[in-house]
Design a protein around this ligand. Structure first.
Ligand code: HPA
Length: 273
């Protein structure tokens, strides 16, 4: 067995030893969806630091634990707080938990993030469901020898975000009156915010929102055969669109302001997954 695979199995076994059963659905919660974790029913909490070979999040406002519990009676596994490449981690390190989920038997993955709106039809505090992405990091978590037991060497990325899950999310948003745009997410490496010129480039390339996460996890999840859904909370308009500087406080403020709506949307989506 390859070393990386051995680590995945070890981590998965450590988790299995602490929970009664493993859900087939998992969530990766980014900035802005912290409120979601707080209301999970009878959650078992496993800090990343207690899982072998797992890295820990270093970002303020990001928790660092796996939660096992239920949302509206539906069992889910949650990553409360994610890892980012801008923290200095390798793509394979930040996607390690997705591999652990795969090893545990998770089949469906919902990821959230905070993002900057590039599409000028968006507004601060709205939500965007990902219909596609652009990997602008220059990195890919699948680089290196391929472990065929995890997935194929050249995985197809022509339909990354599951159409049936998107249909369900769209219907829920409509029913609840929550504005949900659909667009292309472009990931930059970070941690500096983009320049106005980079945002104009992103728009010209077809991006509707920009952020610093999600794409590596999604690539690995698809490589592992999971169904994927992604939702961004547009916490700010991207650099150069409004006549004001960007800062992390604005990101967390907006995320906090709309967290009730975000939670209502995610709850209903999870129920339908
Ligand atoms: N750019 C990149 N990442 C982000 C932004 C942004 O404007 N807002 C929240 N995350």
């Amino acid at each position: 067995m390859q070393e990386y695979k051995r680590q995945i199995v070890e981590a998965a076994n450590a988790i299995r030893a602490r929970v009664d059963s493993i859900p087939d659905t998992a969530l990766v919660l980014g900035s802005g969806s912290g409120g979601f974790a707080a209301q999970m029913e009878s959650a078992v909490r496993i800090p990343y630091s207690e899982v072998p070979h797992m890295r820990v999040s270093t970002v303020k406002g990001h928790d660092g634990a796996f939660l096992f519990g239920a949302v509206r009676g539906r069992p889910v596994m949650v990553m409360s707080g994610r890892l980012h490449m801008y923290e200095g981690y390798e793509p394979k390190e930040i996607t390690f938990p997705i591999r652990v989920m795969q090893e545990l038997g998770v089949r469906t993955l919902l990821l959230t993030n905070a993002a900057g709106g590039v599409n000028t039809g968006y507004h601060e505090g709205c939500f965007m469901m990902l219909c596609d992405h652009i990997n602008f990091t220059g990195r890919n978590p699948l680089i290196g020898p391929n472990d065929d037991s995890l997935g194929t060497r050249f995985p197809d990325m022509s339909c990354v975000y599951d159409p049936a899950l998107r249909d369900a999310a769209r219907a829920i948003a409509l029913e609840k009156g929550i504005p949900l745009f659909e667009g292309v997410y472009m990931q930059f490496y970070g941690p500096s915010f983009e320049t106005p010129a980079e945002i104009r480039m992103a728009r010209a390339m077809g991006a509707d929102a920009v952020g610093m996460s999600t794409v590596p996890e999604v690539v690995v999840a698809r490589h592992g055969g999971m169904r994927v859904l992604g939702v961004s909370c547009i916490t700010n308009m991207a650099a150069g669109i409004l006549d004001q500087p960007l800062n992390h406080a604005e990101v967390t403020e907006t995320a906090n302001r709309v967290k009730g709506q975000f939670r209502a949307l995610l709850d209903a989506v999870v129920e339908k997954m």
